[in-house]
Design a binder for this molecule. Structure first.
Ligand code: HGY
Ligand code: MN
Ligand code: MN
Length: 410
């Protein structure tokens, strides 16, 4: 099949998967029911390639190409879960391109097997903890997480069992010493390639990220009878703090900070809010800037709360260091991209990816595909067919170079 046809098939498959959703838009969270249909579709496409397919205990869908001879393994993959109101390409396109690249190299005599991992949970939406799939794949899934509850009071353990999987077998999800590299294709989710009018790029680093839950506690009271000077308004405190967060990020070069989730209790118009739960997301490519920025933002929350007679509880749910991709694989990736498009750019990812987790265990590389308008985490997220075609072409070149190297060093 030509690269153009493979690219067309990738995009039509992303549209099919987009239809498996918990909502009228695109929302597919960790081990939700639509994930079954998603698995059925991808299992069929993997089986068409002669892959052995299984679902591990954390719900990663895994296809093994060329397996059975106990050879070294190239891992490729991305995630199948989405944010609420997502686009059709974040994560899913990466799994589709991985299968398309395998299809493109089927006639090659590869000296290694390929395992495609379609991760069950990268966004961290349902249980507010990201990367559950890739953490289990590298053996860093903390069993204590099994007791985390979602907004309906269901635990991760419940979700795993409800999906028909066995939490006692989480250890089997771990990759073994046969894995020698991990490759992830992903949309850029930002404006850099669009601005440079380039199609694909090699990712050299992924920004570190902190995620925290802050709970401002004041006192709920009657909106009509409580004078302003006697209030302990949790939402006014949070609002003052949120403007501080924005100012602090604007004043720090390269820092992004977002309060994307706010829960107001009791959340009705005629009651002064007694409690506010806020989700904070802070990122920077340099940990030495991100970590002090997080502590400054947290002390600001404490000062604002105490000045207003409130308390604030702060729970850090993620402190993920910035990660650089493997230099050797990066050079190979640049070569493949240069031979495909004539230009080869290195780019830092502001978005987090499973590659930053896999890189703890195995040399990892990422290829970005241009996001039209830089739009992502939005229904208007889209890609150009020609860019997907170039990504598959460059991916096939990357694999053939990797194979050549493998034969030389065998
Ligand atoms: O939020 C992120 O960085 C990614 O989309 N999970
Ligand atoms: Mn995402
Ligand atoms: Mn993603």
């Amino acid at each position: 099949m030509h690269f153009a046809e493979l690219a067309e098939r990738c995009i039509s498959r992303c549209r099919i998967i987009a239809g498996f959703s918990e909502t009228s838009g695109i929302t597919r969270t960790f081990l939700s029911d639509p994930m079954h249909a998603c698995h059925r579709a991808f299992s069929g496409w993997m089986e068409e390639l002669g892959m052995q397919v299984r679902v591990d205990a954390i719900g990663n869908l895994r296809g093994l190409y060329g397996g059975g001879r106990n050879r070294r393994r190239l891992l490729m993959g991305s995630h199948l879960d989405t944010v609420p109101g997502a686009g059709a390409y974040d994560g899913v396109l990466g799994v589709c391109i991985a299968l398309a690249v395998i299809d493109a190299v089927r006639t090659m005599d590869l000296p290694f097997d390929i395992e495609v991992l379609a991760f069950s949970e990268e966004e961290g939406v349902r249980f507010r903890t990201p990367f559950l799939g890739s953490l289990a794949a590298i053996g860093r899934f903390d069993p204590a997480l099994l007791n985390l509850q979602d907004s309906n009071g269901r635990t991760i353990r419940d979700a795993i069992m409800h999906f028909g999987l066995d939490p006692a077998r989480l250890g089997e999800a771990q990759i073994d010493g046969r894995a020698f590299a991990y490759l992830e294709f992903h949309i850029e989710q930002g404006p850099v390639l669009e601005d440079a009018r380039e199609r694909i790029a090699a990712v050299e680093a992924i920004a570190g990220q902190s995620r925290l839950e802050l709970t401002f506690k004041g006192r709920a009271s009657h909106a009509g009878t409580t004078p302003m000077h006697l209030r302990r308004d949790a939402l006014s405190a949070a609002a003052e703090w949120i403007t501080h967060v924005e100012r602090s990020a604007r004043d720090t070069d390269g820092l992004v900070a977002t309060v994307g989730r706010l829960q107001v209790v009791p959340g009705t118009g005629n009651v002064v809010p007694g409690e506010v739960r806020a989700g904070l997301d802070v990122r920077h490519s340099c940990d030495e800037i991100r970590i002090p920025a997080v502590s400054e933002i947290c002390s600001a929350a404490e000062q604002i709360a105490s000045r207003r007679g409130l308390t604030v509880a702060i729970d850090e749910t993620l402190n993920q260091s910035a990660v650089t991709m493997d230099e050797h694989l990066l050079k190979l990736m640049e070569r493949a991209i240069l031979r495909t498009t004539g230009v080869a750019r290195r780019i830092t990812s502001g978005a987090g990816h499973d590659a930053m987790i896999m890189a703890e265990k195995v040399p990892s590389a990422m290829m970005f595909i241009r996001s039209i308008g830089g739009i992502s985490h939005h229904p208007d997220e889209s890609v150009y067919l020609e860019d997907v075609e170039e990504a598959i072409r460059a991916g096939a070149l990357f694999l053939s170079d990797l194979a050549e190297q493998g034969k030389r060093t065998a």
